[in-house]
Design a binder for this molecule. Sequence first.
Ligand SMILES: *[C@@H]1O[C@H](CO)[C@@H](O)[C@H](O)[C@H]1NC(C)=O
Ligand SMILES: *[C@@H]1O[C@H](CO)[C@@H](O)[C@H](O)[C@H]1NC(C)=O
Ligand SMILES: *[C@@H]1O[C@H](CO)[C@@H](O)[C@H](O)[C@H]1NC(C)=O
Ligand SMILES: *[C@@H]1O[C@H](CO)[C@@H](O)[C@H](O)[C@H]1NC(C)=O
Length: 429
Amino acid sequence: MVSMYGLLAAGAMLLSMAVPIVAAEQSSNSLSYLEVPLGKYRLEHEEWLSFLRENMDPDFEYWRARAPLKSADILALHNKTLTRMYIPAVMQLVLIYNNKVYWPANPDMHRGEPNRTWSSWYNEMFHRRLVKALASGRLKLPNALFLYNTDDNAPRFQAPSTDPSVPMLSIIKSLGLQGGDDLDILVPQMFNVPNSLYTHPWHLKQDRAFFRGIGFCSNLWQKHYGFDDACARLYLSYLTIRDQELGNGTALDAALVEKYPFFESHPKKSVPFALPIQPRVEFGEHTRYKWLLHLEGITASNRLGQLFLANSVVLFQRSPYIEYFYRSLRPWQHYVPFWNATAADGTPLGMDDVYGTLAELRRLDREQPERLQEMVRHANNFAIKFLTPYARFRYYNAVLTNYRKLFPDHDAFLEQYVAGLRAKGWKID
Ligand SMILES: *[C@@H]1O[C@H](CO)[C@@H](O)[C@H](O)[C@H]1NC(C)=O
Ligand SMILES: *[C@@H]1O[C@H](CO)[C@@H](O)[C@H](O)[C@H]1NC(C)=O
Ligand SMILES: *[C@@H]1O[C@H](CO)[C@@H](O)[C@H](O)[C@H]1NC(C)=O
Ligand SMILES: *[C@@H]1O[C@H](CO)[C@@H](O)[C@H](O)[C@H]1NC(C)=O
């Protein structure tokens, strides 16, 4: 089958190499995927507590040792953070009061719902889902005021060197980077939260590793790999085309879906030409592939929770950035790691180590298929238990309950704070 990649002729600098590419595509079958909506999973209490012990407790350890904290410092941290970098859309105050949610930094006190003029998608979706869940009576949250950081957190707003006096609640942070682990308390992002399982029969799937996404890069890997543009999303998309041109595109199907900054003027490039842009592919269609690539964004990508809801094996790029649930994940139990890898004898491997990982997976698929199916089952089971909208709000409840305990003055502070807002004209029930 011959397919033509529509190259974006954007910018005269881009090398125009509009060559027809011989794709080694296996004929894709016409069966569509099955979507199975998920409900509320009845998790054993002990299993939930153990999930909190692995993920939430490590975030609280530092703060419990520093408690009692002062509630007024939450407002001071908001001011200090915005003074350092003015990003109010992703650095918002959230007030939970009598089981309702308010945004005290909303420029218009009479319009409760965040929108993109002053707030992030993450806040908008968090608000919509939370309002529904609170109104339904299924969810109760304790009163609290917190700084909600929905930035990708690449600037590391709570790195130990910032010596923060109170925690912010963030959707992403890093572990193990220079200067030590970030001190944020993680909470789930509520933006990309599917609530269905997607399946396609394993024996009908394509035997290639799939990715479609924006060309985000973390800028962490230049030194390690010796390229100015060292980045998994770019390089794997390049390898896909390189192999197709050589007539052996049998391993990868990775591509970018938006124009990205091509590192034209950089002397040490790993990607020699501007990559073509491909259409987006809806998530259910990802199940047509046995192997799904989970690649870093600017920091952590919120896609992992989604990939765990397909009956495919997740190939996970090693990365220091985490979301709230990563610390319960185990390599070769929930996913297969690659990138920043070393050979058995300790020699560092290159940015193309994914080929070796795939070869091993294919061997297992032939010789011990149940090993792979067990991994898929583990990943799916994990998502059903801990990554649904219900589980995510349950996690918020646990975090807020513990967060309040850090501030013995919190209730008294909130009474004053709410009185102050009401005096300014805010309607607070
Ligand atoms: C921080 O507080 C100072 C002093 O009250 C104020 O002048 C400044 O505008 C505040 N900055 C932000 C970003 O809120
Ligand atoms: C967006 O939010 C601002 C501030 O709350 C409000 O004034 C504005 O009307 C909102 N815009 C839309 C389109 O809802
Ligand atoms: C395709 O061929 C190139 C050049 O020999 C090689 O580097 C690459 O690993 C091959 N790809 C696959 C999927 O075999
Ligand atoms: C790459 O892996 C090594 C361990 O092999 C680790 O020490 C290092 O921190 C990793 N690099 C990044 C940027 O995570």
